[in-house]
Structure formats: C-alpha cells, structure tokens
Design a protein around this ligand. Sequence first.
Ligand code: ATP
Ligand code: MG
Length: 364
Amino acid sequence: MSATSGATISRGCRLEIEGLAKNYGDVAAISDVTLTVPPGALITLLGPSGCGKTTLMRSIAGFVSPDRGRIALDGRDLLALPPERRSTAMLFQNYSLFPHMTVAANVGFGLRMHGVRRAEAEPRIAEALRLTRIAELADRHPGQLSGGQQQRVALARALVTRPDILLLDEPFGALDQSLREEVQIELRKLQQSLGITTLVVTHDQLEALTLSDLVAVMNAGRIEQIGPPIEIYDRPNTAFVAKFMGVENLVPVRLGARDGDRMRVAAGSLEALVRLHTTAGVVDSAILAVRADAVEIASPGEPGTVAARIAFATNRGSSALYEVTTDDGQNLQASEDRRGGTLRALGSRVGVRLRGEACCLVTG
Ligand SMILES: Nc1ncnc2c1ncn2[C@@H]1O[C@H](COP(=O)(O)OP(=O)(O)OP(=O)(O)O)[C@@H](O)[C@H]1O
Ligand SMILES: [Mg+2]
C-alpha cells in the first residue's frame, strides 16, 4: 500500500483475534469471535443493534476485558497491555470533543496526555489538521463547527497519535446522507494513503460496501460471514446475511437435479437454474436469495415466464420497484430500469422469470 505523507505513515499492522468472548451476566455480548485483518486493510463490522460490534471494538482498545480469547497486533499480545500502551485510537459516535477547547487543542489533547512536548506536538497537530482538511478551523471551538467539521476534528484527534489501529465506531452516524457519502470516500482515500489498519462499525450495508477491503457481518455476538464486500454482496451464505445485505426476496425452494456446478430449483411454478458456490452446507438448504433486479418482468405469455400481475408499483429514481404476484400466489419484489418511461400499471398482466445466475442458495 502506498503512503504519501511523511511522518504519519503507519507500517500497517496485522490484527489477529481468536476465540474472543465477553459476557455481561447472562448476555453473551460476543461469543467466539475469530478474525484476521491484514496490514493496512479496512474492515467494517456490520450488524444489527446489540450484536456486539462496540464490545468487540472496545475489547481491542482495552476499555473492555474479554473473558476468553486472544488479540494480537503483529504477533504482540494486546490483552496484556493497558489501553494507553496499545497504540489504538478510537473515534466514538458522539465525537466527545471538549467544548471549551479550540480545534487545535482538541486534536492535541491525546499528545498532551502522552507527555509529548509542545515543540513536537505542534507540527503533528498541524499535519493531522492538514490531512483532514480543517487547518483553517484550528482556532475555532466545537460549538462553531458543522457536524461534518466536528467529525473531521474527531478523526484528526484519532490520527494525531499515529495509531497502529484506527477504531471508528459509527463515525458517520450524525451526518446527513450526502455529506456522509462524501466523507466516506474521503476517509477511504486517507486510510489507503496512510496505510493504517482500520476497523469501522456501521449499521449501513452501503457504507460497508463503499469503504471496505473486508466486511464482517455479525449476528448475536458472532461473525456470521466475513469476506471481501463483493463476495458478501453476491454470495451471502445465510438468510441473515442476505437480508442484511439488502436482498429483497428470500424464497423457500425445492431442490431439483444437479447439473455440474448448477442446480435446478423451483418455488411453485417458478423455476431457476442457480450456480452452486463451494460453501459447505449450502447444497442442503432450500432458501433462494433473489435480489429484486434478478426478477425479470416480461410480456405476458413470453416463453419461459410465469404468469403474474403487478400488485404494487413505486418509483426509485432511475428504476421502478414492483411487487408482482404469480398466478399460483408467490409474491416477489422486482425492479426494472424505467428507461425514461412511466411505471407499469397496477393490476397489469406480465410474465416473470428468475435470472438464476444472479440468485444464490443460502442456509436458513
Ligand atoms: N457494560 C455493559 N453491561 C451490560 N451489558 C452490556 C454492556 N455493554 C454491552 N452490553 C450488552 O451486550 C450486547 C452487545 O452490545 P454492543 O454495545 O456491543 O452492541 P452493538 O452491536 O454495538 O449495538 P449498537 O449497534 O446498538 O451500538 C447488548 O446486548 C448490550 O446490551
Ligand atoms: Mg455500538
């Protein structure tokens, strides 16, 4: 990974977590979490509220003591070290900026805590402000900043300590959608140029896809699937992951004949030839994950389609989203490019077919 900016370059540490568990009374906040983040990679932890994302992050930072397991940075045992010696920096959702301090003082706070002398601290603060593009705000107070600017201050404060691991817990939660997308891209560029191994917590699947080298989808304290974003998007292993990655239709299917790496499946009168992925166990499953754009809408009676009617129609900008009901009672969400046209009429007759190559068998 290339690095462009002098002293802040991180050598990029490998983070290894093995069998990590933390219980609060009867609640297993995390159970048996194992993952490896390669040097300089960005991993997002994605999952519903309460699934253990913050607990995992706080365990790495040292604010939570796990009951079992191991955390190592480049082979060094982290759990043996107190938080201040772990060389991690964590950015909290509410940023926790000090309202009575200027931006520069907020950014320099961690350095003062570490006893870094003023002569050394000043250029480092200036560099962090420059990297996050807020140099001109150095003398303002947090109350005089927009949400996006406060977010940059919090990021500068995390970077200024030159951490080996950057931990960002829902860093964009307080920003509106368009600013969020802009800041996501900016963070990704900065993280890549600095080469800092980074963990980001999010609820938002699109954010995870935008930012990550790796996505870990968590469910009830466990990692349900981990992999590159495109793999998680295209080939979820379980119905939970599929749903979390925005798959609109989870259709119980009967498994039919196998043909090489493909298998025929059927749900009522709907049939599809789907590719089997090598993942063990999937062959026994009987749920088909079908994105709305894998349901093709054709003219009624077209060969290879099943008779259906449009039960609901709504506009999604460049595409239309429909609910179609087949004559034998299957409900499916289907999306279609509008190509500048209007929506199909409610109640109109159509034919539908599944694009098998875009569907995926998952376990329940
Ligand atoms: N200090 C604590 N004491 C007791 N229970 C806790 C504590 N911290 C977390 N928990 C519980 O552990 C589970 C995981 O919490 P955690 O904060 O890690 O979830 P999360 O995935 O970050 O959720 P969110 O998306 O809402 O932030 C939850 O059931 C939570 O109630
Ligand atoms: Mg949390």
